[in-house]
Design a protein around this ligand. Structure first.
Ligand SMILES: O=C[C@H](O)COP(=O)(O)O
Length: 252
């Protein structure tokens, strides 16, 4: 039985006070979210330390970084390494978000390096994949997502792959209010799981967490999460309000 995961990607939103307050509210009010739900937040990079410091000792909320550079160290102005994030106390990293692929030109090969760097420092890689609208309209979404996984993720040996969380985020649904239907999400999630089974093993594919992202909110989370292969969500806009985020986390 897979545990559900609900992760909030705060992107480049909130100031420091707002970020610390939001984290505190989520932490305080997460008590009525079932124990079997994993909670994760990805705040703005410059607030990671503040949140890690504010996090209570017994907190159930994992804190992740939205970005990093795969090199161990070096002349990469403005970047952070996984070693630096690990030392800070970060638990997870986002890799392959469509915004990083599109606006920062992160290639399949670069994302593969990021995956390797995260694994080598024992950070949970949350690997995002998903197709743009024109690909969906041509009906080529499966080939598109398969390539993303094959180029950047499926090189991992099974023991490392077991640490990865996959997030399927159709680009046409991100921040648009136009969420995938539960059938569209389930079709892609079950396709991804079948690829994992082919590449690895049945027990690995049974255990792989596959999140849905793209305009997921308190009104549509329940039907999306009711699908057998949807193991929770990677939430953008709706994760910026504690009540909305927690309402999503309470959906089964
Ligand atoms: O990482 C989160 C996704 O990009 C979804 O964002 P959204 O919920 O605002 O559509």
């Amino acid at each position: 039985m897979r545990k559900k995961t609900v992760a909030g990607n705060w992107k480049m939103n909130l100031n420091k006070d707002e970020a610390v307050r939001l984290f505190g509210e989520i932490e305080l009010r997460s008590e009525d979210v079932q124990d079997e739900v994993n909670l994760m937040v990805f705040p703005g990079h410059i607030y990671l330390d503040a949140l890690l410091t504010a996090r209570s000792y017994s907190s159930r909320i994992l804190i992740g970084a939205q970005n990093f550079h795969p090199a161990e160290k070096g002349a990469y102005t403005g970047e952070s390494s996984v070693a630096q994030l690990k030392q800070l106390g970060v638990d997870a990293v986002l890799i392959g978000h469509s915004e990083r692929r599109e606006y920062f030109g992160e290639s399949h090969a670069f994302l593969k390096e990021k995956v390797n760097a995260a694994i080598s420092h024992d950070l949970i890689p949350v690997f995002c994949c998903g197709e743009p609208l024109e690909i969906r309209e041509k009906g080529e979404q499966e080939e598109y997502v398969q390539r993303q996984l094959e180029e950047s993720l499926f090189h991992l040996p099974v023991t490392d792959f077991a640490k990865v969380v996959i997030a399927y985020e159709p680009i046409w649904a991100i921040g648009t209010g136009k969420t995938a239907t539960k059938e569209q999400a389930e079709d892609m999630h079950s396709f991804i799981r079948s690829l994992v089974q082919l590449k690895y093993r049945q027990d690995t594919s049974d255990r792989t967490t596959i999140l849905y992202g793209g305009s997921c909110n308190p009104s549509n989370a329940e039907e999306l999460f009711s699908m057998p292969n949807v193991d929770g969500g990677l939430i953008g806009g709706a994760s910026l309000k504690a009540e909305d985020f927690l309402q999503i986390a309470r959906k089964r």
